[in-house]
Ligand binder design. Sequence first.
Ligand code: 6PG
Length: 255
Amino acid sequence: MTPTKHSQLVILPDLETLSRVAADHFVAAASAAVATRGAFAVALSGGSTPRRLYTLLASPSWKDQVAWACTHVFWGDERCVPPDHPESNYRLARELLLDHVPLPAANVHRPRAELDDRESAAAEYEAEITQSVPPNSDGKPRFDLMLLGVGSDGHTASLLPGSTLLREGARLVVVSDLKREGTTRLTVTPCVLNNAARLAFLVAGEDKAPALREVLEGEDDVEHYPAQIVRKAQGEVFWLVDREAASLLSTSARV
Ligand code: 6PG
């Protein structure tokens, strides 16, 4: 049913419940990483779905459960806009979460996607990830947790349908070859996603239902449904999905 043996599908009644479960996942991943290696490297996502999660993590119930001093925050993708732009993923996280928790400024690892030289910005961010996120035995960075979303077209991060980046094997961060909603983006590549210890997808709303069915239950077709790329994930993959987004999944998945 779900794509890999390390994959778990959790269907929640609504976005509020989904966000609370996601906040618990965030705390669990942070606690496990800090207990094991004394630090927690997390990549945040953009989009609208994680807004409530970020607000919850900044609230009294969750804020004190995370060792922020040991937490390092990154982004899986970023729009090529200034950091104060309304569409900036960094700005979204800063306003809802980062400004409200005791996270040291040095632990915020933001892609400088606003630079005119985007290739340099991508290379700089790749170097930052390589320096700050411990590698696995292949030498590739292993995030403790990556938060992700799925678009109604099946994309994840800024890996878009038809993108040549779905076959990128060497680089960790690239400039998107296709624009979305008129914007170029920096994005991590499939190997970064598939090397993470834990991926958590947050998917809500009925407009996601057709794509989610193809991503989770369709034939292999990563060109059209890039989120299928995580079928090759080495770590755990959690699909936190609301009832509307799950509405086209097979009956057994919806129990
Ligand atoms: C972004 C993303 C993107 C997002 C999906 C889902 O910056 O927009 O990282 O991959 O997660 O498009 O977005 P929604 O949560 O808005 O549906």
